[in-house]
Design a binder for this molecule. Structure first.
Ligand code: SF4
Length: 187
C-alpha cells in the first residue's frame, strides 16, 4: 500500500483485506490515516460488505476524519488473532519480495525460518530459475500501480481476453483486466 502511495496516485480511501486483518488485526493499517491522511475500512467479501465499506469511506471523506474502521467486524478485531500471530512468527520471518509492477520491495514478504527449511520447496527442489518474457505491450505493471486502466492497454479485448489472457491481470477472475472485461459497458 505504501508502494502504491509512493507512485503519487491520488486515492480517496482503501478497502482493506478482511482475511489478512483477521490474523493481523486492524491496527497494522493505522499508519495509513496517521501518515497519509487516507481512510481505511477493513471489509468482508459479500456485495453488501463492499457497499457498506464504500459508504463508510465516503463518510470519512465527507467529514475529513480519515481513520481505520472495521466493517468486517464478524471476524476482525483491532489486535487480531494472537495465537495465529505467534505461530506465524515462529515459522516465518520477513524477507525481501518481488511484486509484479513494483519489483523487489524490502521486507515485504515472508520466508520460512531456518528451522523449517526442510519444508522450503525453493531449497529442497532443484529447479533452475525460469525466465518468462512478458508481452511488451502488456501494461499490467502500470495497472497494478494504479497509473493506468485496462482500457488503456492496446491489447485489451482485442487479442487479450479471459479465454486468451496475455498478461496476469487477465488470467484470474480477480484480475483487474478480467473484471474490467466482464463489466465493461461497451460490449
Ligand atoms: S493483461 Fe491483457 S489487457 Fe491487461 S494489461 Fe496485460 S495485455 Fe493488457
Amino acid at each position: 500500500m505504501e508502494a502504491i502511495l509512493g507512485e503519487g496516485v491520488t486515492l480517496n480511501g482503501f478497502i482493506c483485506p478482511g482475511h489478512v486483518a483477521t490474523i493481523t488485526g486492524s491496527s497494522i493499517f493505522n499508519f495509513i490515516p496517521e501518515k497519509y491522511k487516507i481512510g481505511c475500512v477493513i471489509t468482508g467479501f459479500e456485495p453488501t460488505d463492499i457497499l457498506q465499506s464504500v459508504l463508510m469511506l465516503i463518510r470519512q471523506v465527507n467529514k475529513k476524519t480519515p481513520s481505520v474502521q472495521i466493517q468486517y467486524n464478524r471476524a476482525v478485531k483491532a489486535d487480531g488473532n494472537s495465537v495465529a500471530q505467534k505461530y506465524l512468527s515462529e515459522v516465518f520471518e520477513p524477507c525481501d519480495a518481488y511484486w509484479r509492477g513494483f519489483g523487489v520491495i524490502p521486507l515485504s514478504g515472508l520466508d520460512l525460518r531456518n528451522d523449517f527449511s526442510r519444508y522450503n520447496a525453493e531449497k529442497i527442489i532443484p529447479v533452475r530459475s525460469i525466465h518468462r518474457e512478458d508481452n511488451e505491450l502488456c501494461i499490467c505493471g502500470e495497472i497494478l500501480r494504479g497509473l493506468k486502466t485496462p482500457a488503456e492497454c492496446p491489447l485489451f479485448a482485442n487479442i487479450c481476453f479471459p479465454e486468451n489472457p496475455i498478461g496476469a491481470c487477465m488470467v484470474s477472475n480477480e484480475g483487474s483486466c478480467n473484471t474490467w472485461y466482464k463489466y465493461r459497458l461497451d460490449k
